[in-house]
Ligand binder design. Sequence first.
Ligand code: SF4
Ligand code: SF4
Length: 299
Amino acid sequence: MDKAKRRTLKVLGSTLGAAAFAYAIEPLRAWASDMSLGELLQKHYRELTPDEMRAVLARLEADAEAKYGREVTIEDIRPTPGVELGYALNLSVCIGCRKCAEACHVENNHDRTTNNSYIRVLEMEQGSFDLEKGTTTYDHAVPSPGKYYLPVQCQQCDNAPCVKVCPVQATWKESDGIVVVDYNWCIGCRYCEAACPYHARRFNWSKPEIPAEEINPNQSYLSNRVRPQGVVEKCTFCLHRTRKGLLPACLEACPTGARVFGNLLDPNSEIRWVLAHKRVYVLKEELGTRPRFFYYFDN
Ligand code: SF4
Ligand code: SF4
């Protein structure tokens, strides 16, 4: 697909209603399915056969090496049956150091020039729960008296508004509860970014710049491969790690043990212990998004 066609799609996506847009691009989708592997309209992730997926991954690995000068491995890692992942965060021990956000930046191959991360750590007034009043730009020593710290990333909503508004189904919830984006199917209309009540989605305004030696070479299709310019991205609970039984990078980086992660369906998991023994709450519960990210205090 040449750049002009891609631009046309983007304009269509940002000006038409969702249903009208999906209808408008249907002929293009059919046409694209006959292409080898086009830059933009390769088949949707969920329509790729195993052989097609292998070819896509090989092409993406070659592209990554050509663009960034680093050999990488890009896997397609699927959810494990019987696993639904959840996260909890103890606000009594979070000190606002932002080590989690820094770890996310490195692990997920974020653009270095914008210092992007999927985690925003909000400095909040004690007693306030209004997210919109928190600040992310504090630069004094932490923790600061009278404040507490509220890290916010994708809440992996069970009833995700971002998924509902996507006109081309480029984002969806997987069986383990992780909401993902097919970066090759996303048309960059940013409807999902506007629909997310937690400001958890990011738009790639420019081609990500990352020095070869700083690239994390352990990548997956739906998570931390370097995303193209012009698409939306978000936290995936580090699915390239957590679907292999590892912990998210942000959890491993936290110096205070504020973060708890695990299988919500496992009655012996630490996160189930937290849910059973702490008074947990979710952000903006009144919206009915049903987050899989829980917060609690020690008392
Ligand atoms: S937090 Fe935002 S991006 Fe994440 S699932 Fe919920 S609505 Fe979507
Ligand atoms: S690394 Fe841990 S303590 Fe530091 S801001 Fe993140 S969650 Fe809070």
